[in-house]
Design a protein around this ligand. Structure first.
Ligand SMILES: O=C(O)CCC(=O)C(=O)O
Ligand SMILES: [Fe+2]
Length: 371
């Protein structure tokens, strides 16, 4: 018998044939939802996380801190308020890397119908979903559980429907029938909101309103339609392990269940559901091009036994087809006193490093691009 290392992680992976259990799970093509539907009452060991991750998950959320809320109606009603809104966006993007937006122009009915559509997709028959099951991220539509299933030490209690909505327009018939129409409607509106957000973020960096848009930050949109089934032992696993987002910017729609947390001043703070609001967070690529002025913050989702929980993470970046553009710290933000902190990269190169490192332990791929 192999002598086990004292390192708990190693010990855990050596005690059983983890890869073959992962394969068995993956080959069912029914996700975590499939396990729950099959009536499991215990979390299978491929999902069981390290005690240190779970302990801090339970001891979280200090009521002193709240993610900032930015009211976008101000800039429509009274253009003279724009400067104050830009200041709020700057301050939130530098410190939290997260804020919520209200009065963002997307009707609540569209948000609710989108969440319902994602729920319908994940709750339809297993056979229907299986047709979309894939780990090929160069396709436009793929359903799977845990994009990094074969890399992490603990799988997450989550299934995902991945859809590349822009720059190449999809037709309703390319998308799952139960949610295609609402995805197209929702994406169109999120693209419009993205334009407004990138204008505000450009101004917050002291640049012309079109700067980030002209760099094609708002050109590509990927939807990660997340489904977190009710978990029989939420104290043993995570919904989404700690991570930063690899994109420029994420607009996140969450339902009423809660469980999203952001790391702020070394504490996990709940990003509580606010009816009708959308969450906005800075991704790694925006941290890179802003030369660390904006912060891509770690966040995670705890598992729950109230579920299911549904969310839609809208990633702004051009993933498919890959953009040949090189991205580095923006020239206008660089001076003798503020030299570039990162080397240039393409989105594809960055995302490849990110995925290779997506082990669920919060290690940032940005470090590898530091000068
Ligand atoms: O489900 C959520 O609220 C967050 C998901 C997330 O962080 C992601 O997809 O990157
Ligand atoms: Fe995320």
């Amino acid at each position: 018998m192999e002598v086990l290392s004292r390192d708990g992680a190693h010990e855990k992976t050596q005690k059983y044939d983890r890869i073959s259990e992962i394969k068995d799970f993956d080959e069912l093509k029914a996700g975590v939802k499939g396990l729950v539907d099959a009536g499991i009452t215990e979390v299978p060991r491929i999902f069981v996380d390290h005690p240190e991750n779970l302990q801090s998950a339970l001891a979280s959320s200090n009521g002193h801190f709240h993610v900032p809320i930015v009211d976008l109606a101000e800039i429509v009603k009274d253009p003279s308020r724009r400067k104050e809104v830009v200041n709020e966006v700057r301050s939130a993007s530098k410190t939290w890397g997260f804020f919520q937006v209200v009065n963002h122009g997307i009707p609540t009915t569209v948000l609710e119908e989108m969440l319902d559509g994602v729920r319908r997709f994940h709750e339809q028959g297993a056979e229907e979903k299986k047709r979309f099951y894939s780990r090929d991220f160069t396709t436009s539509v793929a359903y799977h559980s845990n994009f990094n299933l074969y890399k992490t030490e603990a799988a997450n209690w989550r299934d995902t429907l991945f859809c590349v909505m822009a720059p190449n327009a999809l037709e309703a018939e390319d998308l799952p029938a139960v949610c295609g129409d609402i995805m197209l409607e929702f994406s169109k509106r999120v693209m419009n909101l993205g334009t407004t957000l990138f204008e505000l973020l450009s101004e917050a960096l002291g640049l012309k309103p079109n700067h980030l848009k002209d760099m094609e930050c708002a050109k590509g949109l990927v939807l990660l339609n997340q489904y977190y089934p009710k978990c029989p032992q939420p104290e043993l696993t995570m919904g989404t392990s700690r991570h930063t987002d690899s994109d420029f910017l994420t607009v996140l729609l969450q339902d009423h269940v809660g469980g999203l947390q952001v790391l702020y001043q070394n504490q996990w703070i709940d990003v509580s559901p606010v009816p009708g609001a959308l969450i906005v967070n800075i991704g790694d690529l925006l941290q890179l091009i802003s030369n660390d002025i904006f912060k891509s913050s770690e966040h995670r989702v705890v598992a729950n036994n109230m579920g299911p929980r549904v969310s839609v993470a809208c990633f702004f970046y051009t993933a498919t087809p890959p953009s040949p553009k090189l991205y580095g710290p923006i020239k206008e933000l660089i001076s003798e006193g503020d030299p570039p902190k990162y080397r240039e990269t393409t989105i594809m190169e960055y995302v490849s490093h990110f995925s290779a490192n997506a082990k669920g332990d919060g290690t940032s791929a940005l470090q590898q691009f530091k000068l």
